[in-house]
Every structure is written in structure tokens, then in C-alpha cells.
Design a protein around this ligand. Structure first.
Ligand code: LMR
Length: 335
């Protein structure tokens, strides 16, 4: 046996020895699709920092932003197969997994503000929705905020009739599909990582985003108008592979849970300002014109779009929608 081969075998034996294995940290790969400089990106990094500081080398969180590892349409498979351990997909992306109820968060105008939203995400309705993930091999750890979406396009879209015939990118949610159709828009489901190019090349004319996503993906370079419609909410469920979670020791579970509580508070504290700052940055870019809506203009949009609630009742659940109205005081008939 030559020296190189002996050395190689020696190294392989050492790597497999219990001593070395015991020193390897357990790794959590946490994949997401947005930029680091967004509410989700910052909260994921904060979570990783807290776990890595506290786990004394036993557990390590690695964050992969910007669809580096997996893009929409791939990441749910990846977590179910255990190729990654954690994700924070938007609540609009759970339909393909067979959990349609999360699409209630996509209903246009259902939350007036973060306070109304938090009555759901921090209450029994939010908890019961996370439980629905367990049969899918996933545990829901928390809700993280992003914010309220604005429409963007190369045409000014203030009135319902302005939208007719536009092609717009949406996330993979039937409720969003129906929302766009209510305006005469042709919706196109597309992975987040592909939106910039689709806007640039004219594959779609517009889209909807919270300003933080719009700005950090540089969509202001390729859209003429952003209308401050705040017509719907975009936020996240932070999820972990159930088998991985169940096998984690109680000590490490505790570290993950407390780091998650802290980073959830952090995410939800910065979301509003992150989106306000992004709106200012879009304005300052001088590229996309940011257009405000008067209360009357917003009501006009709402009147058309709120019909989606009734239309999607059978998909989301009449009782579930009613329980949200009850909790938040939302009245679909109110202008
Ligand atoms: C989108 O696809 O527009 C968003 O879900 C991206 C994200 O994760 O915020």
C-alpha cells in the first residue's frame, strides 16, 4: 500500500470515529428566497446568530438567502425530504402542499393593519393553522411579518379599469389568482427569483409586493409605477422538518425555541420601518414613481376586490373566514 493511500484511509477512519462525529455540530440549513436586507433576511440572520452563540458548537444554523439553494416550487419538497431543515415561506405558498387555509392571509383587504393581523397570528386561529402542517412532516414555529403589498406596473393602476388586460406575476395562491381576475388581470404564477427578469423582458407587465421585496430585488429599475394600495398582506410561517425537530435533544430544542421567540419579536418590530424605508428608497431612486391612493380610490378598489372573500369561501373555509372577521372586526360591506 502506498503512503498516500494509507494516509487517506487513516483520515477516513478518523472522520468516521465517534470522537470526531461527537464534535461535529448538528447543522440547520435555513433557506429562503429574499435578500438579506429585508425583514425576513434580517430575522433569519438574527436567529442564526442567537442559536450559534448559545449552542456551544453543538448546533449550527446556516442561512442561505436569495433562492441560493432552492427557489419557490422546490423549497417545500426540500424541507419534506430533509435536504434543508428550515424555511420561512410566505403564507401564500402553502396551497401546493395541500394546506389551503393559509391562503386566508391573501384575501384582499382582510387586515386593516398589523394590529388586526396580529390578533390572528398571535391567537388561537394562527396556532391552529400551524398545527395543520404536522401531517405534512412539518412543524410551524412562528409567524414573521413582512408587510402590506402595493401594486406595480408600467401603466398607472389606480382604478379597477386601469388593470384590465395586464399580465401580473403572483405567488402560487388560488386566492391571489382570483384577486387578480377580479380586476381583469391575467395572473401568472412565477418563482420570486424570476420576477425581475420577467418584468425586464416584458413577460409580465406588473406585480404586487411589500416595498421591502420590491426594492431589494431592484424592481424599481423595471417598473414605472408603484401604487400604494396596501391591498393585502404578505408574511411568513417559519417552519422546520418534523423528524429533525422531534430528534433534537430537549436542550437544543430550548435554544431553538428561545432564539425563535426573540427573532420573531425582532422581525415584527422592524417590518413596518423596513417597508417605509424601502418606499423612501424607491422614491429616491427616481426610477419608479410612487403614487398614493386617496381613501375614495382605495375604497373603489376594495369594493371590487373584496368579492374574492365570498368566491374563495369553499377553498378556505366559511367558518375560518368568519372567525377572522369576528376576531378583527372586519366587515366586508364597509367601504
Ligand atoms: C414572493 O414570492 O413574492 C414572496 O413570497 C417572497 C418572500 O419570501 O417574501
Amino acid at each position: 500500500m502506498n503512503i498516500r493511500r494509507t494516509l487517506l484511509l487513516g483520515l477516513m477512519a478518523l472522520a468516521a470515529s465517534p470522537l470526531v462525529l461527537a464534535q461535529q455540530p448538528i447543522v440547520i440549513k435555513f433557506s429562503h428566497v429574499v435578500a438579506k436586507d429585508t425583514p425576513k433576511g434580517k430575522a433569519a440572520d438574527q436567529f442564526a446568530k442567537l442559536v450559534n452563540e448559545r449552542a456551544a458548537g453543538k448546533l449550527k444554523v446556516e442561512v442561505y438567502p436569495n433562492s441560493q439553494l432552492y427557489k419557490d416550487g422546490e423549497e417545500m419538497n426540500a424541507i419534506q425530504l430533509g435536504a434543508v431543515q428550515m424555511l420561512a415561506p410566505s403564507l401564500a405558498k402553502f396551497g401546493p402542499l395541500g394546506v389551503r387555509e393559509f391562503e386566508l392571509f391573501d384575501l384582499p383587504f382582510i387586515f386593516d393593519d398589523y394590529n388586526a393581523l396580529h390578533r390572528i397570528t398571535n391567537g388561537p386561529v394562527g396556532a391552529s393553522l400551524l398545527k395543520k402542517l404536522e401531517p405534512k412532516g412539518i412543524v410551524g414555529l412562528a409567524y414573521w411579518d413582512n408587510g402590506f403589498k402595493d401594486f406595480s406596473a408600467n401603466r398607472l393602476t389606480k382604478k379597477p379599469e386601469d388593470f384590465k388586460g395586464l399580465k401580473m406575476r403572483i405567488q402560487s395562491s388560488k386566492v391571489l389568482e382570483s384577486q387578480m381576475r377580479s380586476l381583469g388581470v391575467i395572473p401568472q404564477v412565477m418563482a420570486f427569483s424570476e420576477v425581475y427578469q420577467a418584468l425586464q423582458t416584458g413577460v409580465v407587465d406588473g406585480t404586487e409586493n411589500p416595498p421591502s421585496n420590491f426594492y431589494t430585488q431592484k424592481m424599481h429599475e423595471v417598473q414605472k409605477y408603484m401604487v400604494q394600495s396596501h391591498h393585502g398582506y404578505l408574511g411568513y410561517a417559519v417552519i422546520i422538518n418534523k423528524k429533525f425537530w422531534d430528534e433534537l435533544s430537549p436542550d437544543l430544542k430550548k435554544i431553538v425555541s428561545s432564539a425563535m421567540d426573540e427573532s420573531t419579536r425582532y422581525a415584527n418590530a422592524i417590518a413596518l420601518k423596513e417597508n417605509a424605508d424601502a418606499t423612501d428608497a424607491v422614491k429616491a431612486s427616481g426610477k419608479t414613481q410612487v403614487v398614493a391612493l386617496s381613501p375614495a380610490e382605495r375604497s373603489e378598489l376594495k369594493k371590487v376586490m373584496v368579492k374574492v372573500h365570498k368566491e374563495q369561501e369553499s377553498r378556505i373555509g366559511t367558518e375560518l373566514i368568519k372567525s377572522v372577521y369576528k376576531e378583527t372586526g372586519f366587515d366586508p360591506a364597509k367601504p
